[in-house]
Design a binder for this molecule. Structure first.
Ligand code: GDD
Ligand code: MG
Length: 351
């Protein structure tokens, strides 16, 4: 059976003050379309996965928000982490949880902070990859064509000379490098065989569980030991007790940089990571002067290339501003040069 895992426990600190620790960006209608990023994530998969096989892994403090935003989801499919340990423990936990219920599961793991503009192509690619992982012990990544030396992504070096025998769109990966420095990223993007990691992974449950056993044995031991109690009343209690023992590490460093049987499906479905204000500005519809305004009553006068986001019913007038972020939320107002947006993490006090 196909399962979908949505990772929704990050804090989105580069999107402050819209995104806060109490209400991070995945639970916000960032695009102003009437749906939050989490809701758009579920919708993107259409009916590829049965509702009872959709899992959301999040911090326990967001459990109620998830329930409210996804009312059709069985409550038992929201897995709650007692503390932040990044994505490797998140994936380990849900993988063993799924294994306890469906030992032959085929799994897609997705972040909850992305946008995809071509949903049909997205679903076609996912189906191809799922077909592949149902037949092989492969870790499959989706490769996006890079257009700038972004240091916030993982880079995949594909061996384009050897498409897999089973699928002409899927290639072997020579190496995976998470968040390289700028010089390295600049070198990578000169070559046509480097791709950005979209952060979406496809594998069957045994492949990922075995990868954890090999590359993260102590994490594997913890979640393996809980096999008898998954789905029982004791699960949360035991998770609360043992989860904090996991190393704080992302799956990209913990598994992807180390594993050997990695494949990539280079694809193009209008993917974008909504990581920063700049990426939202880039992705959104702009007025004639390059401004993006999201909010009930925003008036920009003689201003260019700004992004304005308000969460309250409030009249906002801005005159003569070039290249700025203006973002407001409850008791916080941020006015920051777009070009300095990487510093927002520090301003938020959440780094
Ligand atoms: N449950 C849970 N617990 N989810 C988490 C946690 C956690 O502790 N930390 C992060 N997440 C969720 C986030 O909410 C997000 O949806 C997803 O996991 C990815 O985490 P990010 O923190 O946004 O990762 P990133 O953007 O720095 O890097 C990843 O994505 C890039 C593409 O967007 C990596 O996979 C990169 O290689 C990749 O290029
Ligand atoms: Mg991200």
């Amino acid at each position: 059976n196909n399962h979908l895992v949505i990772m929704a426990g990050g804090v989105g600190s580069r999107f402050w003050p819209m995104s806060t620790t109490e209400n991070p960006k995945q639970f916000i209608d960032v695009l102003g379309v009437g749906k939050t990023l989490l809701q758009l994530t579920v919708e993107r998969f259409g009916n590829l996965v049965k509702p009872e096989n959709i899992w959301v892994v999040t911090n326990q403090s967001y459990q109620e928000i998830v329930k409210k935003q996804l009312p059709d989801m069985p409550a038992g499919n929201i897995l709650c982490e007692p503390c932040r340990r990044n994505t490797a423990p998140c994936i380990a936990y849900v993988s063993w949880r799924i294994k306890s219920k469906d030992p032959k599961a085929n799994i897609i793991v997705t972040p909850s902070d992305h946008i995809v503009t071509d949903k049909a192509e997205f679903q076609r690619v996912i189906k191809e990859c799922m077909q592949f992982t149902s037949e092989t012990d492969a870790i499959v990544t989706l490769g996006m064509k890079p257009n700038r030396p972004e240091t916030g992504y993982g880079y995949i070096q594909a061996d384009l000379s050897t498409s897999s025998l089973r699928n002409k769109e899927i290639f072997r990966v020579d190496s995976f490098r998470e968040k390289p420095n700028l010089e390295t990223a600049q070198e990578y993007i000169k070559k046509n065989y480097y791709f950005w990691n979209a952060g979406i992974f496809i594998w069957n449950v045994n492949t990922i569980v075995n990868a954890f056993r090999i590359y993260q044995p102590s994490m594997a031991k913890i979640f393996e030991s809980l096999l008898p109690i998954y789905g029982t009343d004791k699960e949360q209690e035991e998770i609360n007790r043992l989860f904090p023992e996991c190393e704080n590490i992302s799956v990209d460093y913990a598994i992807m940089e180390k594993a050997e049987e990695i494949f990539v499906c280079p694809s193009d479905f209008g993917w974008s990571d909504l990581g920063t204000w700049g990426s939202l500005h880039e992705q959104s519809k702009k007025d004639l002067y390059g401004n993006v305004s999201i909010g009930p009553d925003v008036n920009l006068i003689e201003s260019h290339n700004c992004i304005v986001h308000t969460m309250q019913e409030k009249k906002v007038v801005i005159q003569g501003l070039d290249g700025y972020i203006v973002a407001e939320n409850n008791d916080t107002l941020l006015i920051c040069k777009l070009s300095e947006e990487q510093r927002i993490k520090q301003f938020s006090g959440n780094n």
